[in-house]
Design a protein around this ligand. Structure first.
Ligand code: AN0
Ligand code: CP
Length: 317
């Protein structure tokens, strides 16, 4: 595996899940693999889990890490070719990427959707430039359309807690004050489809995701109906994808907040969320604090997913 941007980059998903189990059991078994190798983590957006868990994963493999926050301390980057750079951006990404590549053996990139143009976002323009111009393995740490390290950790978590071979997994939209990307739900849907779970999505009308991610999911607009018999509830807010509404907030309806009454409709389901989560918007205090809440083990598995991915990359470079 050279780059890691989506589930299809993993050559064999069952084998990767088996490896993740080994990594979790013996995290220091490959601590010489990354000797004298450096991972650079480039953040165009904020992060708590991704910056810590990916560094921890790299360190478990014996790598060194460097973190660059583009918004803090680095030169502001121009990303459009052909622009006369007489504004507030002193450096162009076309130089910045090859320069960063001089200092790193693996590059992690976080670059969210900008919501200026759906085509620009869904072409993964920034991530693809890193792949094309760096010549180094590139790991998505949440790009415009996907968050694969998160989805891999989510699937590892579901596999650990599931009580049936093919659990019912429900991705539920929930309200949030800001316009959030579709990356987390797109990616989660893509991985649930790859795992062949009994996968249901529920959201208000207008929040349909790109069909390439929905895949075989059953879309149920009635949240209560979707929750019936669920083994896992995965809550997340996202902004609209479709047409002229791209990046817009169509609803802030608190009737969609996941609370105890809704969880009682399920098959004693586990509650999941990638975090950061807004309490009493996305989920009630009671549900996130309940014994069925997996948000902390899910976050802990971010080290496992990142270490599994980095191990696979290190072994093939
Ligand atoms: C981001 C998102 O929804 O994509 C990151 C989630 C991991 N969330 C926020 O910006 C709150
Ligand atoms: N879940 C996740 O990626 O969290 P951060 O945005 O804090 O990295």
């Amino acid at each position: 595996m050279k780059h890691f941007t989506c589930v299809r980059d993993i050559p064999n998903l069952p084998a990767a899940l088996a490896l993740a189990k080994e990594v979790k059991k013996t995290p220091f078994a490959w601590d010489a693999l990354g000797k004298n190798k450096t991972m650079l983590l480039v953040f165009f957006n904020s992060s708590l889990r991704t910056r810590l868990s990916t560094q921890r994963a790299a360190m478990n493999l014996g790598m060194n890490t460097i973190v660059l926050d583009i918004q803090q301390g680095a030169w502001k980057l121009e990303t459009e070719r052909g622009v006369v750079m007489d504004g507030d951006k002193p450096e162009h990404i076309l130089e910045a990427i090859p320069v960063m590549a001089c200092y790193a053996d693996i590059i992690g990139v976080r670059s969210f959707a900008r919501f200026e143009s759906r085509t620009y976002d869904y072409n993964e323009t920034i991530l693809q430039q890193f792949i094309q111009l760096s010549g180094k393995p590139v790991v998505s740490m949440e790009a415009a359309t996907r968050h694969p390290l998160q989805s891999f950790a989510d699937v590892i978590t579901i596999e650990e807690y599931k009580k049936t071979a093919r659990p019912k997994v429900v991705l539920s939209w929930a309200p949030h004050p800001n316009a959030l990307p579709q990356a987390v739900p797109n990616s989660f849907a893509e991985w649930c489809n790859a795992m062949n779970y009994n996968f249901v999505m529920t959201h208000p009308e207008g929040y349909e995701l790109d069909a390439q991610f929905v895949g075989n999911a059953h879309v149920e607009y009635n949240q209560a109906k979707a929750f019936e018999g669920a083994d896992f509830i995965y809550a997340k807010n996202w902004s609209a994808y479709a047409g002229d509404n791209y990046g817009k907030i169509l609803s802030r309806d608190k009737a969609w907040t996941v609370d105890t009454a809704k969880m009682q409709l399920t098959n004693n389901a586990y509650f999941m969320h990638c975090l950061p989560v807004r309490r009493n918007m996305i989920v009630s205090d009671e549900v996130i604090e309940s014994p069925q809440s997996l948000v902390i083990p899910e976050a802990a598995n971010r080290v496992v997913s990142a270490q599994t991915v980095l191990k696979m990359i290190l072994e093939s470079c």
